[in-house]
Write a protein that binds this ligand. Structure first.
Ligand code: KG4
Ligand code: ZN
Length: 340
């Protein structure tokens, strides 16, 4: 095998059109992201049909920029990695079709990548010493998983949400207090001005499965609180609601993550996904890790939310282990972790 492997990575599973060049799984030479947030904001959430159309408009541009910034060409790269699931089917198809077309035209190997495995591998980019095994808490808009990373490309889910994902709860509560889409960053900002002890929202435990999560009760509790205030004609302090809700989520996520790591005897705990960019969450889980003498890892915020560099990192380890996708690679909206 060549000394250095340069991968062109493509990500289009939701509302970010992204391309990156990643060398040897850890060195990001470029990371271009074209966000559609401004467009979807108008509708209060991601509109799948609009997302697909925008991906088609932007995909060539982000790839050209990624190549240019890295000083590479379609001929000089070694392989193409692309997210093929999970995600919105029409959105995924744009990236998959583009990757297949480039791989076919340039006769380059093609590697299909799992989006959540990409989120986990974002941790490799800035933590050069991090190697499996470790435990990873994946908290995104669609997933809340505790993943036992047993090796490169070797994942076992040991805990999951029974209902809403953590990011989904942020988005729904944000909508309820009139903050709009995307909820996570807006709640984080508003929470800075609120009192996190003002309202005692519930911290749910799943009794028969201590590593599982549940956020729907918390969400309902916030909605009930808002309804009660309205019925009593009391003014809602949105800052306090945001801060108290965020504290409840962050509390549950960090204690579950650290408890699971301790129980399983892990000395390393990583976080990943959009919610992992939340400052309050990072601070709390880092503190708990320190107390428990567990090494804590996290990507920079730009590598937590959707990006293609993480797909390049995951794609590299797939590539060197011999994974190759065929021309029949298709979008798989419900792709499970560890499935090929
Ligand atoms: O990983 P991601 O970009 O996309 C998915 O794969 O789902 O995660 C998006 C989710 C959204 O629900 C968004 O509200 C949440 O991550 N999020 C945040 C923050 N930034 C993004 N949640 C809390 N605090 C943030 N700063
Ligand atoms: Zn994601």
């Amino acid at each position: 095998m060549k000394e250095h492997i340069k991968i062109l990575a493509i990500e289009s599973s939701c509302d970010e059109t992204a391309a990156a060049i990643v060398e040897d799984g850890r060195t990001v030479k470029s990371n271009i992201i074209s966000s559609q947030i401004e467009l979807h904001k108008l509708y209060g959430g991601v509109v799948p049909e609009i997302a697909s159309r925008k991906h088609i408009e932007k995909i060539n541009y982000v790839i050209e920029e990624a190549l240019k910034e890295a000083g590479e060409t379609l001929d000089s790269i070694d392989a193409i990695a692309v997210t093929y699931g999970p995600g919105l089917v029409g959105a995924l198809l744009v990236g998959v079709a583009e990757a297949k077309a480039i791989a076919f035209a340039k006769n380059k190997p093609l590697v299909g990548v799992h989006h959540i495995e990409g989120h986990i591998c974002a941790n490799y980019i800035e933590n050069l010493e991090l190697e499996p095994p470790f435990l990873c808490l994946v908290v995104s808009g669609g997933h809340t998983h505790l993943v036992d990373v047993q090796g490169y490309g070797n994942y076992k889910i040991i805990g999951r949400t029974r209902d809403d994902a953590a990011g989904e709860a942020f988005d729904k509560v944000a909508r309820a207090i009139g903050l709009g889409y995307p909820g996570g960053p807006k709640i984080e900002k508003l929470a800075l001005e609120g009192n996190k002890y003002a309202i005692n929202f519930p911290r749910a435990k799943v009794h028969d499965a201590p590593n599982d999560f549940s956020f729907s009760g918390l969400k309902s509790s916030v909605l009930n609180y808002l309804n009660k205030c309205e019925m009593k004609h009391e003014e809602v302090n949105r800052e306090d609601v945001a801060a108290s809700f965020q504290e409840a989520v962050v509390d549950v996520l960090s204690s579950h993550g650290v408890n699971a790591a301790q129980e399983l005897g892990y000395k390393k705990l990583a976080i990943a996904g959009g919610v992992a960019s939340n400052g309050a969450f990072r601070t709390k889980i880092e503190e708990k890790c320190k107390e428990a003498e567990i090494e804590f890892y996290h990507p920079s915020p730009i590598f937590c939310t959707d990006n293609a560099a993480m797909i390049g990192a995951a794609g590299y380890y797939e590539y060197i282990s011999g994974t190759r996708s065929g021309w029949d690679l298709n979008a798989v909206p419900g792709l499970k972790i560890g499935e090929r």
